[in-house]
Design a protein around this ligand. Structure first.
Ligand SMILES: [Fe+2]
Length: 509
């Protein structure tokens, strides 16, 4: 060990010791579930926290690291509300602004007089930055909330140890398993990394329309018109030359007609949502979908009784109907409300792009993967979202779509008009140069609380011709995405070995 390293180690040791022994840092204000979200742009930061303080005031102070010259931000009034279970909440939402890039800060939250413990927060260079993409930590899904929380924490520690420069996290939904379970929320926000790293969450089907999601995140540019349910509305933010749009697909999903065009739980058909994943789909015959799926869609260790298809033939893998048959199925349904919901997302994205017409990169995220190699790949609802959304994304020239829900990893080819665009130009670095179409990435679980097997028809069925890479490693994973004015590069890692399992880079001139 050289002297420099010795000095750094001693400094780190003394800092840890000082924090450990000085009550000065403990703070006199109780704030729990502190939640940072990207602000409207890189100069802003959104904060949310729960408090038992009797004060009605919410305030935030930030100082440059190494000083105590705290700067105040516009205070707000504490919000109080109750959730679907009748539990009452007091929570605060404050926006910090005029933050300088590439700067280490400390911050504290409070009521303007009493303050919480201090936490570090660092801004990054918005001209050349990176972010993480995680999905479906779904704290509580394994049945052991503490274990899921521990695995989630391990993922955050692993990824921030490896990549200490990320500006924020995009999370593809199902952060918790039970929409109204505050213990799960507390375990989700418990890792220290989340008091320093903003997280932009999509609403997942497990967070549904419960208000708890709304109490826990202070979302930037959140719509009160588009994609709205009691959990959230569509929202967006910019970071440098990139626009990030997050759509709440829950209202859309709930408008998919459950009857008309066949199915619906008749004799031989799957019973409605018996696995309680919020979707009436092809694996509802499983008792529940917790675990490692290995047997034609049922989790490992569960046999389930698969309905006998019309005309007999016995178990095995469900066939995936053709695009033409699926289109006929949609034509037999009243899709008016569903399409209206899709059009809301379209209007929201158009507005976000119109407000930021010069951005180089457009990234969109929602929960339900529409291009997956996993079990949900041919669910009617997600297929309907694909049917109506891809034209919109083509028209808006979206570069990258981030999704979850299937707890398995999928990277598509560049996609346009629902067709894989396989003839792209790669340079000597393997970068795809000025690609046509949009790239879609589906993240596996980032905590490992639940995995789905790859679809039993993948890769044999031509339905999956959109898949360039589809894997299920049954290990928590995350992606690290770096962005500058000309490149967007995505590398995906398994957290147990930090082995890179997929990489893809776009160069845009
Ligand atoms: Fe989901």
């Amino acid at each position: 060990m050289n002297k420099k390293h010795l000095f750094i180690n001693l400094t780190a040791f003394l800092t840890v010791q000082l924090f450990a022994v000085l009550p000065l840092f403990a703070g006199s204000y109780t704030a729990t579930d502190i939640s940072l979200t990207p602000g409207k742009n890189a100069t802003k930061l959104n904060l949310n926290w729960q408090t038992t303080s009797s004060s009605t005031r919410c305030a935030v102070q930030i100082a440059k690291s190494g000083t105590t010259l705290f700067k105040n931000f516009v205070p707000t009034t504490k919000k109080t509300a109750s959730d679907l279970t009748g539990a009452s909440y007091s929570y605060c939402e404050v926006e910090a602004s005029n933050l300088v890039s590439d700067t280490d800060y400390i911050y504290r939250v409070g009521d303007g007089t009493n303050w919480s413990a201090q936490h570090p927060y660092s801004t990054r260079n918005p001209n050349k930055f990176s972010f993480f993409f995680v999905s479906d930590p779904q704290i509580g899904a394994s049945g052991d909330t503490a274990s899921d929380g521990s695995s989630w924490s391990n993922t955050l520690v692993t990824m921030t140890d490896e990549f200490s420069d990320a500006a924020f996290i995009m999370s593809g939904g199902d952060q918790v398993d039970t929409a109204t379970n505050e213990d799960q929320y507390t375990k989700f926000f418990a890792p220290a990394a989340l008091t320093s790293l903003p997280i932009a969450p999509a609403v997942g089907n497990h967070e549904g329309s419960a208000v708890n999601f709304n109490y826990h995140y202070n979302l930037p540019n959140e719509s009160s018109t588009y994609g709205v349910n009691s959990a959230a509305g569509d929202y967006y933010f910019t970071y440098g030359n990139a626009l990030f749009i997050v759509l709440n697909m829950e209202p859309t999903n709930s408008l998919y007609p459950s009857s008309g065009g066949g199915g619906g739980g008749g004799p031989g058909g799957p019973p409605p949502d018996t696995d309680k994943d919020g979707v009436d789909d092809g694996h509802d015959y499983c008792p529940n979908d917790v675990g490692l799926a290995t047997n034609n869609g049922c989790p490992e260790g569960q046999t389930g009784t698969k309905p006998v298809p019309p005309g007999g033939g016995g178990g095995g893998c469900s066939d995936i109907i053709s695009d033409a048959d699926f289109e006929a199925k949609l034509a037999a349904k009243d899709m008016t409300a569903f399409v209206a919901s899709i059009n809301q997302h379209k209007a929201f994205m158009q507005g976000a792009i119109a407000a930021n017409p010069t951005v180089k990169w457009k990234v969109v995220m929602w929960h339900y993967s529409i291009y997956s190699a996993g079990n949900h790949a041919a669910d009617s609802q997600v297929r309907a979202i694909r049917y109506y959304m891809v034209d919109v994304l083509d028209d808006l020239k979206v570069d990258l779509v981030l999704m979850g829900h299937d707890h398995a990893f999928t990277r598509t080819y560049q996609m346009e008009n629902d067709n894989p665009q396989k003839n792209q130009t790669a340079n000597s670095n393997g970068q795809i140069v000025d690609p046509t179409g949009t790239l879609y990435i589906t993240q596996s679980s980032s905590s490992g609380s639940k995995y789905y097997d790859l679809n039993c028809k993948y890769p044999a069925d031509p339905y999956f011709d959109y898949v360039s890479a589809g894997t299920q490693l049954y290990k928590p994973q995350f992606s690290y995405i770096s962005v500058d004015d000309s490149t967007l590069s995505i590398s995906t890692y398994r957290t147990d070995t930090m082995q890179e399992i997929d990489t893809y880079s776009i160069l845009k001139n």
